[in-house]
Design a protein around this ligand. Structure first.
Ligand SMILES: Nc1ncnc2c1ncn2[C@@H]1O[C@H](COP(=O)(O)OP(=O)(O)OP(=O)(O)O)[C@@H](O)[C@H]1O
Length: 218
């Protein structure tokens, strides 16, 4: 088991976003999180990823409790152990696709030549190597999202968190991105926690959990 969260509760003012939510993720497992709008999906993802602190409950990643770590150590753990794919626009617009994919490795102090080789390998695997010197604004949404997948997995994170990773794409481009995300995660042994409201996206997962009013119902 790579991640275990129990008794998670979080309020925003009067709104109960999470209400005793629980989830466990096995090493390398791909899990879809579904539920109605406002059910707490994004909030759960942010708490599991150590971006938001829960009011109650705990999050354990790789046998280490992360919800009560000081901010600096949580940031470091996020950089080292997690990757992120958001709906769109989370690549750095001023950097080329190649530089975006190298970025996590450079932040982790991987030597430049090694970072370059590893980034090139993933860009080639995801068939965007010919676009590697373009900036995100100079490629299609689907191509940018494939580079985002490469960036999320380049440092072989324990868990990749994806929030509506195909929400901004048409269905054909979305399928290419989902094949890329789930295929590469399986190859690298990373777990994936993927928020979606589309059953078609959840079909790529090993398992689906449903949220309702901030509780995991199945
Ligand atoms: N920063 C915030 N401040 C106040 N309320 C918030 C905040 N973030 C989320 N909420 C509220 O918490 C609840 C859960 O929101 P969340 O974004 O997790 O739902 P969701 O299931 O991801 O929704 P959607 O499918 O529409 O993206 C909602 O009622 C939302 O309005």
């Amino acid at each position: 088991m790579i991640l275990r969260a129990s008794n998670l509760s979080l309020r925003f003012g009067q709104t109960i976003a999470l209400d005793n939510a629980e989830i466990t993720i096995d090493t390398g497992e791909i899990v879809a999180v579904m539920g109605p709008s406002g059910s707490g999906k994004s909030t759960l993802l942010h708490v599991l990823a150590g971006i938001l602190r829960p009011d109650q409950g705990m999050v354990v990643v790789d046998n280490q409790r992360i919800d009560n770590l000081p901010d600096g150590r949580r940031s470091r753990l996020r950089l080292h152990s997690f990757g992120f794919v958001l709906q769109f626009g989370d690549l750095v617009p001023e950097l080329s696709l190649r530089q975006n994919v190298e970025l996590p490795l450079r932040l982790l102090d991987v030597p430049r030549a090694e970072a370059r080789t590893r980034a090139a390998e993933l860009l080639r695997h995801l068939e965007v190597d010919e676009l590697a010197d373009r900036r995100p604004g100079q490629v299609s949404g689907g191509q940018a999202q494939r580079a985002a997948v490469a960036r999320a997995l380049v440092h072989r994170p324990a868990v990749v968190f994806a929030d509506e990773p195909t929400g901004a794409l048409d269905s054909a481009a979305g399928e290419v991105v989902l094949d890329a995300l789930t295929g590469l995660a399986r190859k690298e042994g990373s777990a994936v926690v993927m928020v979606t409201h589309e059953a078609r996206v959840a079909a790529y997962a090993d398992r689906t959990v449903f949220l309702r009013d901030g509780r995991v119902t199945a």
